[in-house]
Design a protein around this ligand. Structure first.
Ligand code: HEM
Length: 167
């Protein structure tokens, strides 16, 4: 077995994974936390993306809005990832065999890459355009791509439950 398979088996056979699997309350409770955290991640990112598209909060400079919103995004993201990981270890082998689960993780990485490229490249000259009602095209593209990617993440997340192999 490869190192990754060993690691997955280690988590899937752990006591905590067992408790989540065996307990009727734990999985839905953790999934509720996952859904609430996701709402905060997507909701806060949407505020910034709609500003980048020039559709909302156009009287607020992008930099100030970003500083106000991103701490909420990162905090909620940490909760979404930790709760998602707990759900995952309860049935790791089956989730990895689920195409929607795999696609969701790839899309989350793509959304992260889009954010890194925006902050590292597109926003390098932010002070020059952050007060513009309609930001430069590269910023609007980053905002639109972000919205499309997160919608796809949520759709894949939802489809996992409908397509999981029960047995
Ligand atoms: C911010 C990033 C994330 C978003 C937006 C997201 C989105 C979702 C959504 C919309 C659902 C369906 C919830 C429902 O309908 O009840 C879901 C379920 C799930 N997510 Fe995530 N997720 C994220 C991160 C993660 C991560 C990092 C993992 C694992 C490492 C993960 C593992 C799962 C699992 C295992 C389920 C349960 C599927 C089921 O059996 O119903 N999620 N996620």
């Amino acid at each position: 077995m490869s190192y990754l398979q060993d690691l997955i088996a280690f988590f899937e056979d752990s006591g905590i994974a067992d408790s989540i699997r065996e307990n009727d309350i734990l999985f839905p409770t953790i999934e509720s936390v996952h859904v609430i955290a996701i709402c905060l991640v997507i909701g806060s990112i949407l505020v910034l993306d709609l500003r980048l598209l020039g559709f909302a909060s156009t009287n607020r400079p992008v930099g100030r809005l970003s500083r106000a919103v991103l701490p909420v995004t990162w905090g909620a993201f940490a909760i979404a990832v930790s709760s998602g990981f707990l759900l995952f270890i309860s049935n790791a082998t089956k989730y990895l065999a689920n195409g929607y689960f795999d696609a969701k993780l790839v899309l989350i990485c793509a959304a992260g890459l889009n954010m890194i490229v925006f902050h590292a490249i597109s926003a390098k000259d932010l002070p020059q355009w952050e007060k513009q009602k309609s930001p430069p095209l590269r910023a609007r593209i980053a905002g639109a791509l972000s919205i499309l990617l997160w919608i796809a993440v949520v759709a894949c997340g939802r489809w996992i439950g409908f397509t999981m192999q029960v047995l």
